[in-house]
Design a binder for this molecule. Structure first.
Ligand code: FEO
Length: 169
């Protein structure tokens, strides 16, 4: 069954939002890289890949449902940060906004009586809960560390161990 135009347009827009999220993480990675905090940068790059995989998941879904996918312009992300904490707080705000957005998309799917899309979106709602928790836990640690350079380096090294997750199908 072909997806309706309203949902197709909203999901097409969501591809753009996920690509923007990736772009924002790349921007944070570049900030950390410039500060020689390679571990944080590596973590951000893994997270950027996650966002790209979210965009692709929606892209594939739209194609499977017979929609036409159109790439939209990607906004410039924030490029200046006051601290690593500031960067992670930007990430948290983004992830919370994404959670709100998937809630809205689920509401639209319900209004459109599209149960297939409603079920497809469930994965993203769960994923957002995980991502908000993940970023929040880093923020908690950064707050404990404060201005301690050694602590910052240790946390950077720890987060740098993160490996990309296998692509979820
Ligand atoms: Fe695409 Fe961080 O959620």
């Amino acid at each position: 069954m072909m997806i309706g135009k309203r949902l197709a347009d909203e999901l097409n827009k969501q591809i753009n939002i996920e690509l923007f999220a990736a772009y924002q993480y790349f921007s944070m990675a570049a900030y950390c890289e410039a500060k020689s905090l390679d571990g944080f940068a590596s973590w951000m790059k893994v997270q950027a890949q996650e966002e790209l995989s979210h965009a692709l998941k929606i892209y594939d879904y739209l194609i499977d449902r017979g929609a036409t996918v159109t790439m939209l312009a990607i906004e410039q992300p924030k490029v200046k940060f006051n601290s690593v904490l500031d960067a992670f707080q930007t990430a948290l705000k983004n992830e919370e906004d994404l959670g709100t957005r998937f809630n809205e998309l689920s509401e639209i799917a319900r209004e459109e009586k599209d149960n297939i899309t409603y079920s497809f979106l469930k994965w993203f709602l769960d994923e957002q809960v995980e991502e908000v928790a993940l970023v929040s836990s880093v923020i908690d640690k950064l707050k404990l560390i404060g201005d301690n350079g050694y602590g910052l380096l240790m946390l950077s090294n720890e987060l740098g161990q993160r490996q990309p997750e296998p692509t979820a199908e």
